[in-house]
Design a protein around this ligand. Structure first.
Ligand code: EPU
Length: 441
């Protein structure tokens, strides 16, 4: 049976109005925390949100001998890795918090301990989410990757050496794996077809502060000159552009008006263009961005998700809820993940007209075309949304369901809301600040 605090009863149909603040990006903060493992002195990270992913990575780092002090209110983390060698824990809990972060411990642990071990006692969970790029990268640096039934043993008895690598796809995690490994590897590393998301650029900022030598060239090429040692860093995390866009979509779907303090324009160009094309309005100042529904009809659009500088896959789910309120047919082609439209089942149950297709609709053929992946969606609107009982499927899909419940007239029950805490800081306080009506039963 679901815990009471894991269900939210949302009385929707009212616009969200008011102001909320976003802090540092989940998908940067967790990586900067791992980077602290590479230093031989303490690091200080500011603008850290209170989300479960930060708690999960804190737990992992502590397991490996890093002392972590968290001033949660002030958003300041102090990470001291001086005891990593003496703790000597090579086992990485790859399932911790069901996040992708643990795999990024490999490079730093190889540098510090000469080995890393990813237990896979559950059998298939690693296989569900591919880490082939990560393992290939580690191999190319000279690590020995030994897959056994108990897990994956990785050793670098002779150290790690710089190398030339071309990624099959500009994967965010694989690019981070390479950076965290190359900075202390011997000699030069060159990565082609790298991901260049703003969160990666900020990780490069952090590594440079620690003493790394990294250049980002044109055409997705990153070059790293390995150095023998790195120090700590002091850094303020860039804003969470996924959270900012999520609240913007919530404002649009509920015909509301939300000022997102902390939201930053340069990392959100593609989102802002799309928001405007749909008919939403925004106003940017030095402190944040105000997003609102100007009244009248929203417009349907054709949209493809893509790697940076394209429209982020993580922006897609919240925006689709707003698209159910736009007039006409919208087409959304998801090209980053093969299976990110599962959340639309619940929206259909609430009255939305959404059909998913295996074909690449929307402009460009992608690597998921001609295969069995329902990765294009056609949304026909506007359709009023009706309250329903919903089960949260994942972080972004879950927030989208929450938006749908806020837009729907009547009382919806949203189950599994703890998943949302993984990446949305104090979202219930923020909902209250925006005038949302909800209770725990
Ligand atoms: N891929 C492989 N093999 C690999 C690695 C990736 O095939 O070894 C594939 C993936 O299956 C996917 C594509 O490459 O189809 C892109 O995955 P990527 O590696 O870029 O994603 P990630 O690093 O696992 C991060 C974010 C995601 C975000 C993506 C894309 C974190 C912790 N996660 O994931 O964020 O969607 O980049 O921008 O940084 C979220 O915040 O909810 C979230 C899922």
């Amino acid at each position: 049976m679901a815990r009471m605090d894991d269900v939210l009863y949302v009385n929707g149909g009212n616009p969200l109005n008011g102001e909320i603040t976003v802090r540092g990006a989940k998908n940067f903060v967790s990586k900067a925390m791992v980077a602290a493992l590479l230093g031989d002195g303490p690091s200080v990270l500011r603008n850290v949100p209170q989300i479960r992913d930060v708690a999960v990575v804190t737990g992992l780092l502590e397991l490996h001998g890093v002392t972590v002090h968290n001033d949660a209110e002030g958003g300041v983390l102090t990470l001291d890795p001086s005891n990593v060698e003496s703790a000597h824990v090579a086992d990485i809990d790859a399932h911790a918090g069901s996040s992708r972060i643990p795999i990024l411990f490999c490079g730093p642990l190889l540098h510090r301990l000469g080995e890393a071990f990813i237990p896979d006692l559950g059998g298939c969970r690693i296989g569900d989410r591919p880490i082939n790029y990560h393992l290939d990268i580690l191999r190319q640096f000279g690590a020995e990757v030994d897959k056994r039934t108990q897990g994956i043993h990785i050793r670098a008895p002779y150290g790690l050496r710089g190398t030339k690598i071309q990624l099959p796809y500009p994967s965010v995690g694989a690019t981070e794996q390479l950076l965290l490994t190359a900075v202390r590897a011997e000699g030069l590393t060159e990565l082609s077809n790298a991901a260049i998301e703003p969160e990666i650029m900020d990780l490069i900022n952090v590594l440079q502060k620690m003493g790394a030598i990294i250049s980002v060239d044109t055409d997705r090429v990153i070059r790293i000159e390995g150095v023998p040692r790195l120090g700590g860093y002091r850094h303020t995390a860039l804003a969470d552009r996924i959270e900012a866009a999520s609240w913007a979509s919530a404002a649009l779907a509920t015909r509301g008006d939300v000022y997102v303090r902390g939201a930053s324009q340069p990392e959100m160009t593609a989102f802002l263009n799309t928001f405007r094309k749909v008919g939403g309005e925004f106003d940017i100042d030095d402190e944040g961005i105000r997003f609102w529904h100007p009244g009248g009809d929203l417009r349907s659009i054709v949209l493809e998700t893509d790697v940076h500088p394209g429209f982020m896959t993580d922006w897609q789910q919240p925006l689709v809820v707003a698209l159910t309120q736009a007039t006409g047919l919208s087409i959304v082609h998801e090209t980053v993940y093969e299976n990110r439209f599962g959340f639309t089942d619940a929206l259909r149950g609430m009255g939305a007209t959404i059909q998913v297709y295996r074909e690449c609709l929307g402009g460009h053929p992608c690597r998921f075309g001609q295969r069995n992946f329902y990765h294009s969606a056609v949304i026909s609107g506007p359709t009023p949304l009706a309250a329903a009982d919903i089960e949260v499927p994942d972080l972004r899909g879950g927030f989208s369901h929450l938006i749908a419940a806020l837009a729907a007239k009547g009382t919806s029950s949203v189950r599994g809301i703890q998943l949302i805490d993984r990446g949305y800081e104090r979202f219930q306080d923020k909902l209250s600040a925006l005038g949302a009506e909800f209770s725990h039963g």
